[in-house]
Design a protein around this ligand. Structure first.
Ligand code: MYA
Length: 578
């Protein structure tokens, strides 16, 4: 691996260059012994609390989480999981935090979202970018849950387009405070939050130019009001409201990070927040798998248990393998973060997309196995299905995240190619660069990235990763050479690039984790892990083949044409009546 790649410190960004920076993903991260013991104890008490006190059907029916449940969650420390101990929190790593979110998410989505909005994103900017003074001031009450946090980014004109924010802040003449005006929508914890991380533009509005955003800590008080709770499809026990700022005075010392660098703060928060969501989805999947297994073991049809039918076995195998892939990629990424790897933005976006889609698929299949029972309100299936739908939307829609995965991955090779093309215009000055590029190009052809640390039992899966990493790098080069900057507008191609990246990361995570299991427990004891990896790899191969073929042969233009013509008509054009 070249030094520049090492410097990137992102496994997936390396993959876009055709590199497999295996030192970043091997060995599969383990929870440190001391934290593991602490985590087991916390998980025991959290599980007891969830089983004994959290009635999800009632929360859904009543559209609220009982005060007693929130109070007990606070008493258990669930509002301060990652806040450092010297500020009154438990000081857990991201891996341990995510494992707890997994447990909560697997039991009750409304509670998970309330806790997640507080600490996955609400107070995260303080944790990542806050000054010692700010932490000192806010953490003690946030850690105990005496105060609740929320993350206020989204606006009517700024959903996926986070840069479209209109809420603005103006510095007072004496420079001691900012005056905040505007509004936010769909703010989780809106009705219960006391402390909001708010993103506002601190540059004048100029059509077509990106604003300078700044992140502020804003306390509930004069000028800050919240709307009533929204009626929602799912996660009904969580609070979602509008938030209004009417000449709210925010002390200058409440700026988080640098003035004008708020977009970086927002993205930093979301990069880490998306992992909590992915972990929640692991929990949802495990709960559903348990429900599906109970069902197929007790329900009989045509003289057999459901579990004896081939099509049911197929569904169960898919659930197991996809959940294994999700769990592996999520905890591989939390491990990277805990190890101090600075850039995990691509990996966390992949976990969010794959987690939300896998949970959506698993809930649908579990409901299908339960058939009529699954559709009835009396049973939990339909509630879990409703609760799971939001995961594909919030913390970045899966569509916008696919574009982000592709474009962020393409940026490195894009920069390299533009440097090379500049060097070609000035071959004498750029000679060294051209030689480097030619050497790398030749090396990638003869010896594409290799995973030498994968266990030989997984050689087929390893070759699949290596082959398709080379394909991805090749197609990325072709796309960039052919379309240049226009690739930013080509979402069909971006989706294929993102889907290849998602499968490569999932497979790499499975291979790393299964290798660790084989090495520690032996091949025989790693039977399930090996089989889950194989099942996932067979599914992934089908998608990879299809996506790679699609780079050259596709019906993208036909689809675009059909869509655009329908926009003019405004409806479906046919009727059998003529
Ligand atoms: S909170 C609201 C969620 N909103 C979003 O997620 C917004 C989505 N939008 C975006 O992410 C961005 O706007 C996109 C960029 C990606 C579209 N990391 O020109 P650009 C850099 C690092 O591409 P844009 C909610 O839902 C980029 O490289 N850097 O920007 C709460 C570039 O840098 P440079 C990044 O076109 C729900 C610069 O920024 C990243 O404007 C409550 C500009 O980039 C990144 N990620 O758009 C949830 N992205 O200039 C509670 C961009 O140096 C959940 N950049 O080249 C709790 C969990 C529940 C558990 C559930 C259990 C069931």
């Amino acid at each position: 691996m070249s030094e520049q790649r090492m410097g990137d410190q992102s496994f997936m960004k390396g993959v876009f260059h055709g590199d497999l920076a295996e030192d970043l993903i091997f060995p599969f991260p383990q929870v440190a012994k001391e934290e593991g013991e602490n985590l087991s104890m916390i998980l025991d008490s959290v599980s007891r609390f969830l089983d004994e006190k959290v009635d999800s059907a009632a929360i859904d029916r009543e559209h609220s989480i009982p005060e007693s449940v929130i109070e007990e969650a606070k008493a258990l420390g669930l509002f301060g999981l990652q806040i450092p101990m010297d500020h009154g929190g438990i000081g857990l790593s991201t891996t341990a935090y995510s494992r707890i979110m997994q447990q909560v998410g697997g039991h009750d989505a409304s509670l998970a979202v309330t806790l997640g909005a507080h600490q996955s994103i609400g107070l995260k900017a303080l944790l990542l970018f806050g000054t010692d003074e700010q932490k000192e001031r806010f953490f003690p009450t946030l850690a105990t849950g005496e105060k609740v946090a929320a993350f206020a980014l989204t606006e009517p004109s700024a959903g996926s387009d986070a840069a479209g924010i209109k809420t603005h802040a103006k510095l007072s003449e004496d420079g001691t405070y900012w005056v905040l005006n505007g509004s936010k929508i769909w703010i989780t914890n809106g009705a219960i939050a006391d402390v909001f991380t708010v993103f506002a533009r601190t540059s004048d509005f100029e059509e077509g130019t990106k604003p300078r955003l700044t992140a502020f800590i804003v306390e509930r008080g004069e000028g800050l009001t919240t709307g009533s709770n929204e009626a929602k499809l799912g996660i009904r026990g969580s609070s979602t409201t509008e938030v209004f700022f009417d000449d709210v005075r925010v002390p200058a010392e409440n700026v988080i990070g640098e003035v004008g660098r708020g977009f970086k703060v927002a993205m930093g928060v979301l990069n880490s927040g998306r992992l909590g969501l992915a972990a929640g989805c692991v929990g949802v999947n495990k709960t559903l798998i348990k429900m599906a297994l109970d069902r197929v073991g007790e329900r009989r049809a045509f003289g057999k248990y459901l579990g004896e039918f081939g099509l049911i076995k197929d569904k169960i195998a898919g659930m197991l393998a996809r959940t294994y892939a999700l769990e592996s990629m999520t905890y591989l990424t939390t491990g990277l973060l805990d190890a101090g790897v600075p850039d995990y933005s691509l990996e966390s976006a992949i976990c969010k997309v794959y987690g939300s889609e896998t949970a959506w698929w698993v809930v649908n299949e579990t409901l299908q196995i339960a058939a009529g029972t699954g559709y009835m309100e009396e049973y939990p299936y339909e509630r879990i299905l409703r609760d799971s739908r939001i995961n594909l939307i919030f913390e970045g829609t899966n569509e916008i995240l696919r574009c982000f995965i592709a474009l962020s991955g393409l940026a490195g090779p894009g920069r390299e190619l533009s440097e090379v093309s500049r060097a070609m215009r000035e071959p004498i000055k750029g000679f060294g660069l051209l030689v480097d590029y030619a050497v790398k190009f030749a090396r990638n052809r003869i010896a594409p990235g290799r995973l030498t640390r994968a266990h030989p039992v997984l050689s087929r899966e390893t070759v699949l990763i290596e082959e398709y990493t080379a394909h991805l790098a090749g197609h990325v080069g072709n796309l960039l050479r052919k379309h240049g900057r226009d690739i930013a507008l080509m979402q069909f191609a971006q989706r294929r690039v993102a889907d290849v990246a998602i499968d490569l990361f999932a497979l790499s995570a499975c291979v790393s984790r299964t290798t660790a299991t084989i090495e520690s427990r032996g091949e025989e004891a790693a039977r399930e892990e090996i089989d889950y990896t194989r099942i996932f790899a067979v599914e992934a191969r089908r998608r990879l083949e299809c996506n790679v073929v699609g780079f050259e042969a596709n019906d993208d233009e036909v689809r675009k044409g059909a869509a655009v013509r329908s926009y003019e008509l405004g409806s479906y054009p046919f009727d059998i009546m003529g």
